[in-house]
Design a binder for this molecule. Structure first.
Ligand SMILES: NC(=O)c1ccc[n+]([C@@H]2O[C@H](COP(=O)([O-])OP(=O)(O)OC[C@H]3O[C@@H](n4cnc5c(N)ncnc54)[C@H](O)[C@@H]3O)[C@@H](O)[C@H]2O)c1
Length: 271
């Protein structure tokens, strides 16, 4: 069902890789709600080809950009504004990658060159995106910028490795930049802390299957799906949430507020 929540709005969506990606669902939902969008991802992921199908279906141009490259981001924002014929109303940062996690390197043994990459790709890229938007005055007033994060920024999930540190930094950047973007340009900046979700990035986390089952059993409402995350993103891009900014918003079926759930506890109780 569509409510036309994004009628007349224009946005850039980072991070749609394949149909499992959260950003993929957000792109579909945003267009269904009346938005015009530009899709972006790394040159290498574009060569995999799947994004072109989505782009064709949604009538959205694809502009390659490595989110760690300010030069690529400048080109992206210029081209997106050219395409829209004006400024931007919303941006989704749905970008994350850790070489340490990918290579299953235990946390005490982090490779620091990889750690630099994790932080740059998964957190500092969010600052870079906002810096370029800010410098180019590319956001419309009452625009909305959202990044996706995970509860490991606040609580320890062994196996999430240095992505936990990246997410903590990402959330901090949202607050720090949000204060300035809000004051000067009436642009809101938030992070959505999403349930574990079976995507390409999600499946890279050690023990993901058990994590999904555990979170689902612990959460009073069950895990939030990628489609449900897309619904939530759309509300944050819409005019119905104009005074929500600098927040880390949990979208996790209640998991983050749970301590004990008897459904899970009984598994561990010895007969
Ligand atoms: N899947 C989960 O369990 C889960 C839970 C909470 C938050 N998140 C977050 O959601 C976001 C999207 O991840 P997803 O689960 O949809 O997985 P995904 O693998 O579909 O998306 C990750 C995206 O990041 C992109 N990317 C990697 N390096 C990049 C770079 N240098 N420049 C630009 N893009 C780059 C990838 O190409 C990919 O499209 C990530 O920030 C992730 O941490 C995921």
């Amino acid at each position: 069902m569509s409510y036309n929540l994004l009628k007349g709005k224009r946005g850039i969506i980072f991070g749609a890789l394949n149909s499992a990606s959260i950003a993929w669902k957000v792109a579909e939902r945003a267009v269904a709600e009346g938005a015009e969008i530009v899709l972006t991802n790394t040159p290498i992921s574009l060569r995999m080809g799947e994004l072109n199908d989505l782009a064709e279906r949604l009538n959205a141009p694809v502009i390659a950009a490595d989110a760690t490259s300010v030069e690529d981001l400048e080109n992206l924002i210029d081209k997106a504004m050219e395409h829209f014929g004006g400024k931007i109303d919303f941006v989704l940062h749905s970008v994350g990658m850790s070489p340490n996690v990918r290579k299953n390197i235990p946390y005490p043994e982090l490779n620091y060159t990889f750690l630099d990459k994790t932080l740059d790709i998964s957190a500092i890229s969010f600052h870079k995106v906002m810096q370029v938007l800010y410098n180019k005055q590319a956001m419309n007033e009452w625009g909305s910028i959202v990044a996706l994060t995970y509860l490991a920024a606040q609580r320890t999930f062994i196996g999430y490795g240095d992505m936990a540190d990246a997410k903590a930094l990402l959330e901090s950047i949202a607050r720090s930049f949000g204060a300035i973007f809000g004051k000067e340009h009436k642009v809101r900046v938030n992070t959505i802390s999403q349930s574990p979700t079976p995507t390409t990035a999600g499946k890279g986390i050690a023990g993901m299957e058990s994590m999904l089952n555990f979170a689902n059993a612990m959460s009073p409402l069950g895990n939030a799906s990628a489609d449900e995350c897309a619904d939530y993103c759309v509300t944050l891009f819409s005019d119905l949430t104009r005074k929500v900014t600098m927040q880390n918003l949990y979208h996790d079926g209640g998991f983050s507020s749970m301590g004990l759930n008897p459904d899970v506890f009984t598994y561990l109780t010895k007969e």
